[in-house]
Design a binder for this molecule. Structure first.
Ligand code: PXP
Length: 245
C-alpha cells in the first residue's frame, strides 16, 4: 500500500491573513489554484463554527471553481451537516471543535461519542461524501472509527510534531496506521507537519494522504506558495522512496 502519497493542501490560513484586514486579499480560491498547479492532490478547508478563517462563500466557490477534490473539515453539528450536504464536497473530515468532543490529545473522541457521531457519518456517506474522522493514533479510537462505518481515519500528528518528531510518537503513528489499514480503513495524517518533520511520517507505508496547511502558508511568505508546496511534495516523495530528504 505504499504507492503515491497524496498531498492535501489546507488553505485555511490564507483566509486567516485575508480576514485580518477584512478585504479580499489574499484570496483562498487563488491559493487553491496555485496549489493545484504546484502538484497538490486535493484542497482541504475547515469551515469553523465561528468562521474565523474560511467562510460559507469560500466553500461554495471552492466546490464550484476548483477541479481538485475538496476535503471539508467540519464539526459534527447540524449546521455543518446541512452545509456539507448542500455543498457536496468530495470528502468531509469530522474534527472536534469543542472540549467535550475531543480526547485529551485533541483528536475526535470517536470512542466516547459513538451515538452522537453515528448519524453524521451515515448521512454524509449516504450523500456520497467520503467521511474521515480525525483521531489520535490509539487502538481504541481506530476501532471506534471502524465501528462507526467511516471509511477513512486521519491520524492526528500534532503530538508527534510537538514532540520534535520524537521516535515514540512516530512509532505510535506507524502502529496506528498498520492497525487502521488492517481493519480496512484508508489512513491519512496531518497537523503540524513541516519540512523538518514530514519525512518520517511520509515513510509510513500505510498512509495514503497527508493534509498540511499552516507550515506551507507560513513558508509561502518567504518563497511563495507554489515553491513551498513543490518542496513539500519533493520531501514526501523522497521519504516514500526511502531517500533522505
Ligand atoms: N488535518 C486536520 C484534521 C486539521 O484540522 C488540520 C488543521 O488544523 C490539518 C490537518 C492541517 O494542520 P496544519 O495547518 O498544522 O498543517
Amino acid at each position: 500500500m505504499s504507492g503515491h502519497l497524496r498531498l492535501g493542501v489546507n488553505i485555511d490560513h490564507v483566509a486567516t491573513i485575508r480576514n485580518a484586514r477584512g478585504g479580499e486579499h489574499p484570496c483562498p480560491i487563488r491559493a487553491a489554484h496555485v496549489a493545484a498547479q504546484a502538484g497538490a492532490d486535493g484542497i482541504t478547508a475547515h469551515l469553523r463554527e465561528d468562521r474565523r478563517h474560511m467562510t460559507d462563500a469560500d466553500i461554495a466557490r471552492l466546490v464550484a471553481e476548483i477541479e481538485l477534490p475538496l476535503n471539508l473539515e467540519m464539526a459534527a453539528t447540524e449546521e455543518m451537516l446541512e452545509i456539507a450536504l448542500k455543498a457536496r464536497p468530495h470528502a468531509a473530515c469530522i474534527v472536534p471543535e469543542r472540549r467535550a468532543e475531543r480526547t485529551t490529545e485533541g483528536g475526535l473522541d470517536a470512542a466516547g461519542q459513538h451515538n452522537l457521531l453515528r448519524p453524521f457519518v451515515g448521512r454524509l456517506l449516504e450523500a456520497g461524501i467520503r467521511v474521515s474522522l480525525f483521531i489520535v493514533p490509539e487502538t481504541r479510537q481506530i476501532e471506534a472509527a471502524a465501528r462507526l462505518g467511516a471509511p477513512v481515519v486521519e491520524l492526528h500528528t500534532g503530538p508527534y510534531a510537538h514532540s520534535g518528531a520524537g521516535a515514540d510518537e512516530r512509532a505510535r503513528l506507524a502502529t496506528a496506521a498498520r492497525e487502521a489499514a488492517a481493519l480496512g480503513l484508508e489512513v491519512h495524517a496531518g497537523h503540524g507537519l513541516s519540512f523538518g518533520n514530514v519525512g518520517p511520517v511520509a515513510a509510513i507505508p500505510e498512509l495514503a494522504e497527508l493534509n498540511i496547511g499552516h507550515f506551507l502558508v507560513g513558508e509561502a511568505v518567504f518563497t511563495g506558495l507554489g515553491p513551498a508546496i513543490r518542496e513539500m511534495r519533493r520531501r514526501m516523495d523522497a521519504a516514500r522512496a526511502g531517500e533522505r530528504a
